[in-house]
Unconditional design. Structure first.
Length: 143
């Protein structure tokens, strides 16, 4: 190959090296006539690891602005990953199946806080699940 061809391909090759990996969707905030709605991307359950998440007494409310993503870990709960990398588990009332949340979920906090026994999680498929409890999750190594 001639030098002209290599100099023409060099920018293309350098551009391929600098490409970032897959981009995960971010939490987005939409202001509507009925108030503020938070759209939270849902990540499928990660493969089994050597970490066990132990539930502890959780807060009554969490700031919606600190939620970075949601993980579906069980049919009746959703885990929120916060900006400081802590996890908070939202347990639902009754027969609410979290499986409807694979397409993403929406939050409508009244005052910027997502609270147990007050707020609900809405799926993109139309389901609504009231939050019964929020539990703080602590990582423990599995033996």
């Amino acid at each position: 190959m001639t030098a002209d061809i290599w100099t023409g391909l060099l920018p293309v090759l350098l551009g391929l090296i600098g490409q970032p990996g897959p981009v995960t969707p971010a939490v987005s905030r939409m202001v509507m006539s009925e108030g503020v709605v938070w759209r939270v991307p849902v990540v499928a359950r990660p493969p089994a690891r050597t970490i066990k998440w132990v539930e502890r007494k959780g807060p009554r409310c969490i700031a919606a602005a600190t939620i970075r993503r949601a993980l579906l870990t069980d049919p009746e709960q959703v885990d929120f990953v916060l900006s400081d990398r802590t996890r908070v588990r939202a347990r639902f009332n009754g027969d609410c199946a979290a499986l409807d949340f694979y397409g993403g979920l929406y939050l409508r906090p009244q005052d910027g806080f997502l609270c147990a026994k007050r707020d609900a999680v809405h799926s993109r498929m139309g389901a609504t699940c009231a939050i019964a409890k929020l539990k703080l999750l602590e990582p423990r190594p599995m033996r």
